[in-house]
Design a binder for this molecule. Structure first.
Ligand code: SAM
Length: 225
């Protein structure tokens, strides 16, 4: 059983894909997908020795060493063109780190069909990075697990033209306005309202920045006129 978060990441992996899971602590995602018969083979890449060893042990104990190769490598250095990787998942890291990993291996992405990304924060920076590097977002998902909100961004090669609202809230998520999306942004608005209440009246510029952020949330939640 994998977490709901990884379950949703897995749901965007096409049947028969050759997967590279970057930052594959425990190799949970590749193991789940291979065991279900959803994919034939995968590479689990990990840069830190401890999590790499956990991934190796787990793949061995599931009897999957023929189908899942665990590689100690930094980011996209875990694969070569000959591996014919078609899908890359990068989950459970900061959005900025995910963008750095992609940027460092940008030339290798030309042959990859789909990126499935689950940043723990800075989703806006990751969306901007995708736009600036020849990717379009084709789907998004949002979930809540153990009191935390997670966004999943699925991208493929292509062009997109994101508005400021799309960048911050997600081009799909901001149109769907799901109950979880509403919860996430109502919570964020409450935090910003509190922060605003702590700023003295005389700091007008600082107050305005927060007020604008709150207003943008209200607009996306259709709470303002
Ligand atoms: C919080 S864990 C997430 C594990 C799993 N992907 C998940 O979503 O549950 C992040 C993992 O990414 C690994 N990691 C961080 N930077 C990396 C990089 N540049 N290349 C490969 N792995 C990396 C860390 O060592 C850690 O094991």
């Amino acid at each position: 059983m994998i977490s709901k978060r990884l379950e949703i990441v897995a749901s965007f992996v096409p049947q028969g894909a050759v997967l590279l899971d970057v930052g594959s602590d425990h190799a949970y995602l590749p193991i789940e997908l291979v065991e279900k018969g959803h994919i034939e083979r995968a590479i689990a890449g990990e840069v830190v020795e401890g999590p790499y060893q956990s991934a190796v042990k787990n793949v061995e104990s599931h009897g999957l060493t023929e189908k899942i190769q665990v590689r100690l490598a930094n980011g996209l250095a875990a694969f070569e063109e000959a591996d014919q990787v078609s899908v890359i998942t990068i989950a459970g890291m900061g959005g900025r780190l995910i963008a750095t990993i992609l940027e460092d291996g940008l030339d290798k992405l030309a042959t990859v069909e789909r990126l499935i990304l689950q940043p723990n924060n800075r989703e806006d920076e990751l969306r901007s990075w995708l736009q600036e590097h020849g990717f379009q977002i084709i789907a998004e998902s949002i979930l809540e697990e153990a009191g935390k909100f997670y966004e999943i961004i699925v991208a493929e090669a292509g062009e997109m033209n994101l508005s400021a609202t799309d960048v911050r809230f997600g081009p799909f998520l901001s149109k769907e306005v799901s109950p979880v999306f509403i919860q996430k942004w109502q919570k964020e608005a409450a935090k910003l309202e509190f922060a605003l209440s702590q700023i003295p009246e005389k700091n007008q510029e600082e107050r305005q920045v927060l007020a604008d952020k709150i207003q943008a949330i209200k607009e996306v939640l259709h709470e303002s006129k």
